[in-house]
Design a binder for this molecule. Structure first.
Ligand SMILES: [Zn+2]
Length: 126
């Protein structure tokens, strides 16, 4: 009984789930191999996430660029979304007076609940 009670406080390896029976009590891994494997997996999922976000931003950019090229300055959000634009992804945001100004790389636009407008290319990086 005494042993089982003690057992509960033994930390387990974040990678393989084995109990960590030696070393400092704040150790997170049972061995260096598990530590390396865990960090590699985390880095890999981080890269996959970044790749996914960049793919979304690229798609948004090509939609916006098409609009700029054809001189469209205002579009209904629903129409945009049907073109594959995802409104919750942008590269920056700022409050510009009363407006919510977003950017997708060098294209800026103002977004409301229902539409985006004033779509234009940025000339200077500021
Ligand atoms: Zn382990």
């Amino acid at each position: 009984m005494e042993y089982a009670k003690h057992e509960r406080h033994i930390p387990v390896c974040l990678e393989c789930g084995d109990k960590i029976r030696y070393g400092r009590t704040d150790k997170k891994f049972c061995c260096d191999e598990c530590k390396t494997r865990h960090h590699n997996a985390m880095a890999k999922s981080g890269r996959a996430f970044r790749r996914r976000v960049l793919a979304i931003l690229s798609k948004n950019y090509s939609v916006l660029e098409g609009l700029v090229r054809s001189g469209v300055e205002s579009v209904d959000l629903m129409d945009l979304m049907s073109m594959g634009f995802l409104p919750s992804f942008s590269t920056s945001y700022r409050r510009n007076g009363k407006h919510d100004e977003y950017r997708c790389f060098d294209i800026k636009y103002i977004m409301t609940r229902t539409r985006i407008y004033s779509i234009s290319k940025i000339q200077n990086f500021d």
